[in-house]
Write a protein of this length. Structure first.
Lengths: 727, 153
């Protein structure tokens, strides 16, 4: 098993010639003759998803991007399961976005975000594997002159039962490529899976152990030059002037190039020389009106939204105003979360080669098709004259999926140097200050409780930034951003609230600061779970009830939410006394199609230092494709979620982000990493994601435990801004 | 021209003396397994060994490398990625995106060379590399596994 490590640049002609017969609903205009994504000896593709080489190597095509989340292995498992090949002979490759365009999107959607890699494509990739198996069997049966039904497949070997004759996938794949694709393709019952659903090792580990894995940062091309860039520190500002002559004679410098109206790049023989010259370059900015904005002015705008008359409704039931009026007790609290940077370990980068006829880009991207569109737009060429080669990502977390601002920059630079490939690398400082940040919001929670302490009404007013308004306005619904209400929806398979509250209003006063937002791993499920689940904890304490029991009373009609919550309660030992000095918190939510719950054990020293001893997290994703990778995703999600909850905040001063590197934007390291026990409880019948949902339960589980330990309610993140020292 | 010994090979490099060793290794020598993550010695993605000790190469200028010092990068840690740390990493499927892992592996290998049987607390204090995917618990298990193997071997 391996992932092909050859230079990720297939011959375009070979790829076009590799167009397949098999469509599964996608129209394919031409026939298969050969497929050589890697330049190896040619073997015809059986269909778009499967190539079997004469040496029995099985190449499975993966449309979604691997960024550490394991989707490459998981998707290959699904194809291999239906194909019936020998897993030990499986390799993978990315078909390029240009090929997908040329073949009428035969590989479907390339977008890799929203924990959708597996859950949105499981059916058609499995059908791709099953159809390829049927074609291979048909080719063997035809060769023997026997009925296909008398043949069986096991680990890449086709056997004719009655005669005992056998052959291999590799021996018949050329003939199989000529077989008409089947119309009816049946899929296995997941309970019969032998490859999918199993905790198999990742396919992409070995090159990550010896330095041979090529990331975008590592790409080498003949004649390659390197670029460093500085964009205006204030979003919306522009370049007034710069003194190129002062740095043009510095070692290695080739060009100083304005990029759009807001940035300047230096191109040199090496990146270090480009960066050194850029650091020496005097740039005068016109910072524009946003230069007056600060975290304080943004917070004031959001506070105003908490009481604003106009708000978009996300969930409504009964009469909240009436419930609050008639309540025995009203509890109110205001919460807030700051901007967060994705801080992928590999900074943004792209390599571009532009000529008047054609533009090629090599980049780590979560959405090859969107990268191709950005390339064509910046290049001034039709998409059919462009190509994007996807490189493994050094982290994505949503930053590399939606906007491709760094790709546009790279193409604009390359356009100034026709015929010369240029690699643009952002410094960490550029990356920290030009992110697409987790949106800033505040939230007022207002609850009505009856004399028995039962929750009769809840008004949840979110005030703050919309992601869609900034980067995907076409997805807005009558001015409303539905993504704002993740985890709070009245129902549906994606992100439904897990409580029945008779009088409910969840609404959003949209307030959009100039700092650009983006999809940040977990997206709006993260703040929404903090707001709702910490407040549920407040309500339990305010009425003298157990936080678990208080929730369960509201969950009769939400059995899947309830099941994960009960699972973590049982595992953490909610009914038993925790160790001396240790305190517990618990929470649940639903997002990205999966039901999740978390429980934490923490202690807080007299000096206010929080130590997280233990995390328990339960996930019901419906179906589980690779349990050991889900385990890794869940553990990792707590690092991401707790980094933000404990330490992370991007603050604004003079219109710009203040944090520039990991010294001012600290993240969790191993010294603070708790043990994570992941409970995987797939209940079947639906497909949920696993890359993101448990991030959302990280913060509320810990914050509720911190309250149990200290009596202090942390309502504004990060936690490090709250003084937890014992009075 | 400066002279460096990298993975047992003597290299002549043409770079300004203040160029960080990281970029000399990546751009002059062409070994890209050593990563750029922060440039200020915070994240450890650039970790290499100099005479066996873990060093964050992004913050070490070329001029600070002394003649005769032996530099080892992830590519030269062990033939066939057979170092106990690399083997443990493979067994436990430690990497996710993998970008931080060369530095993580080099830091771990240096720790075990110095302290063959570190306590968990020592590991947590000594390995300060940043991983944003969140592989820390498998890194911890990997170091323990490699240490056990070292003992039995």
């Amino acid at each position: 098993m391996s992932v092909d490590q050859k230079a990720p640049r297939p011959s375009r002609r070979a790829m076009l010639a590799g167009a397949g017969l098999f469509t599964l609903g996608f129209h394919i205009p031409f026939k298969a003759t050969a497929a050589t994504l890697d330049g190896a000896p040619q073997a015809p593709e059986v269909n778009a998803w499967v190539v079997v080489k004469p040496d029995e190597t099985v190449v499975i095509r993966i449309a979604r991007s691997e960024m550490g989340q394991g989707t490459l292995t998981g998707l290959a498992q699904l194809v291999a399961e239906e194909l019936g090949c020998d897993w030990a002979r499986v390799t993978t490759e990315y078909p390029s976005p240009g090929q997908n365009l040329a073949r009428k999107r035969v590989w479907g959607d390339y977008s890799t975000g929203g924990s959708r890699g597996v859950r949105d494509s499981h059916e058609y990739v499995r059908k791709g594997g099953a159809a390829a198996r049927m074609m291979l069997v048909a080719a063997a049966a035809k060769g023997w002159g026997v009925p296909e039904a008398e043949c069986r497949v096991e680990r890449g070997v086709i056997t004719h039962g009655p005669s005992g004759r056998s052959t291999t996938f590799g021996a018949v794949s050329a003939e199989a490529a000529k077989i008409a694709p089947p119309q009816d393709v049946a899929l296995k019952d997941p309970k019969d899976w032998t490859i999918a659903g199993k905790p198999l090792k990742r396919l992409d580990t070995l090159p990550k152990l010896d330095g041979s894995q090529v990331y975008g940062l590592d790409l080498k091309l003949p004649g390659l030059l390197n670029a460093a860039i500085r964009d205006c520190p204030v979003t919306g500002g522009t370049v007034k002037s710069f003194d190129a002559a002062a740095v043009s004679a510095m070692p290695g410098v080739k060009r100083v190039i304005p990029v759009g109206d807001s940035a300047v790049a230096v191109v040199a023989d090496t990146f270090w020389r480009a960066k050194t010259a850029l650091d020496a370059l005097a740039i005068v900015w016109d910072e524009g009106p946003n230069a007056a904005v600060s975290s304080e002015t943004i917070a004031a705008t959001l506070r105003e939204g908490l009481d604003a008359d106009q708000a978009f409704v996300g969930n409504k039931a009964g009469d909240v105003a009436g419930a609050l009026k008639g309540a025995a007790k009203v509890v109110e609290a205001v919460y807030g979360v700051p901007f967060q940077n994705h801080a992928t370990m590999e900074p943004m980068n792209a390599t571009a080669l532009w000529t008047p006829e054609r533009c090629e880009v090599w980049t780590p991207t979560q959405n090859g098709e969107a990268a191709l569109a950005a390339t064509a737009d910046a290049a001034g060429l039709p998409a059919t004259s462009c190509e994007v080669y996807k490189i493994h990502l050094g982290g994505g977390f949503g930053r590399r999926g939606a906007t491709h601002d760094w790709v546009r920059q790279a193409v604009l630079i390359a356009k100034e140097m026709p015929g010369t490939p240029v690699k643009l690398i952002w410094t960490r400082e550029e990356d920290m200050t030009h992110g697409r940040y987790h949106p800033v919001t505040q939230c007022r929670m207002r609850a009505a409780l009856d004399a028995d302490g039962t929750l009769t009404g809840l008004h949840m007013r979110i005030s703050g930034q919309s992601i869609l308004a900034a980067i995907a306005p076409q997805r807005m619904v009558e001015g409303r951003d539905p993504v704002t209400f993740q985890g709070l929806n009245p129902g549906g398979p994606e992100a439904a609230i897990g409580y029945t509250i008779p009088n409910l209003l969840i609404d959003h006063a949209m307030r959009n600061p100039h700092i650009l937002p983006g999809f940040w791993r977990g997206v709006n499920l993260n703040p929404n779970a903090i707001y709702l689940e910490c407040f549920m904890d407040e309500l339990a304490h305010a009425t003298g009830q157990d936080p678990l029991a208080f929730r369960l009373k509201l969950m009769d009609k939400h059995p899947k939410h309830r099941a994960v919550l009960q699972a973590v309660a049982e595992r953490i030992g909610w009914d038993s006394k925790p160790p001396e000095g240790v305190f517990r918190g618990i929470c649940q939510t639903m997002g990205f199609g999966s039901y999740v719950a978390g429980a934490a054990e923490v202690s807080v020293s007299d000096q206010g230092e929080v130590k997280i001893h233990r995390i328990v997290a339960a996930t019901d994703p419906g179906h589980a494709v690779n349990p050991q990778q889900i385990d890794a995703q869940v553990a990792g999600s707590f690092v991401y979620g707790l980094s933000a909850a404990l330490y992370g905040a991007c603050t604004v001063k003079d219109g710009r982000i203040e944090q520039t590197n990991f010294d001012s934007y600290p993240v969790m390291k191993m010294d603070a990493m708790p043990a994570v026990e992941a409970i995987l409880m797939p209940s079947g019948g639906f497909w949920g994601g696993v890359g993101e949902p448990t991030i959302a339960v990280a913060a509320p589980a810990v914050l509720n435990a911190v309250f149990a330990a200290t009596g202090k309610r942390v309502r504004h993140l990060p936690l490090r801004d709250t003084d937890l020292r014992r009075a | 021209m400066a002279r460096l010994t990298v993975n047992g090979v003597v290299r002549e490099v043409d770079a300004e003396p203040d160029t960080p060793l990281l970029w000399v290794i990546r751009e002059q020598i062409g070994l890209t397994g050593t990563k750029y993550g922060c440039g200020i010695a915070q994240c450890g993605a650039c970790t290499v060994h100099i005479d066996g000790a873990a060093v964050r190469s992004c913050s070490m200028p070329l001029s600070a490398v002394e003649p005769g010092q032996k530099i080892v990068t992830i590519e030269g840690l062990a033939p066939g990625a057979a170092h106990p740390v690399q083997q443990a990493w493979a067994e436990l499927d430690v990497p996710q995106c993998g970008f931080c892992q060369p530095g993580m592996i080099m830091a771990s290998a240096a720790l075990l060379a110095q302290t063959p049987h570190p306590s968990e607390e020592q590991i947590r204090q000594e390995i300060t590399n940043i991983c944003r995917c969140g592989t820390y618990n498998r890194v911890l298990a990997g170091i323990k596994l490699a240490a056990e193997r070292g003992q039995s071997g």
